[in-house]
Design a protein around this ligand. Structure first.
Ligand code: 5GP
Ligand code: ZN
Length: 136
């Protein structure tokens, strides 16, 4: 499944050159053009899916397996101290390219990056209500 107008489809299929650090039949992993840190990479399935809501479970599992493998490579070769996995779905959540991708962002002591959220607060009642909405 390819979309001609999708930049990540074209990169994943090799129609547009990229700094590829891993490739197999189902995935290509490229370095991000605007990296948060040295080695910031994107795991791209070669098939087009907009986001996590759409991908088959095996694609999700495959992406996570690759992240696990690359985490060690980034640590060992770039001497990173930690790692963030980031995966945005929908423009509200910050997705700018509508082709599923998993960010793998190596972290370095003192790199100055901020990746995260503003912590909120919730009463036990609120947590209970939400739990019921999700499980009843
Ligand atoms: P999103 O915000 O959708 O989660 O992330 C999209 C990411 O893709 C951004 O970090 C952006 O820098 C990266 N990106 C966008 N276009 C290109 C491109 O043409 N090549 C590469 N290597 N990265 C891209
Ligand atoms: Zn695509």
């Amino acid at each position: 499944m390819t979309k001609n107008d999708c930049i990540f489809c074209r990169i994943a299929k090799g129609e547009i050159p990229s700094a590829t650090i891993y490739e197999d039949e189902k995935f290509r992993v490229i370095l991000d053009l605007n990296p948060a840190t040295k080695g910031h990479a994107l795991i791209l399935p070669k098939d087009h899916w907009d986001c996590l809501y759409d991908i088959p479970e095996e694609t999700a599992a495959g992406a996570m397996k690759l992240a696990k493998k690359l985490a060690a490579t980034l640590r060992d070769r770039l001497h990173s101290d930690g790692l963030n996995l980031v995966q945005n779905n929908g423009s509200t959540a910050g997705q700018t390219v509508s082709h599923f991708h998993l960010h793998i962002i190596p972290r370095y002591e003192g790199d100055g990056q901020k990746i995260g959220w503003v912590p909120g607060s919730s009463s036990p009642q609120e947590l209970d209500e939400i739990k019921k909405m999700l499980t009843d």
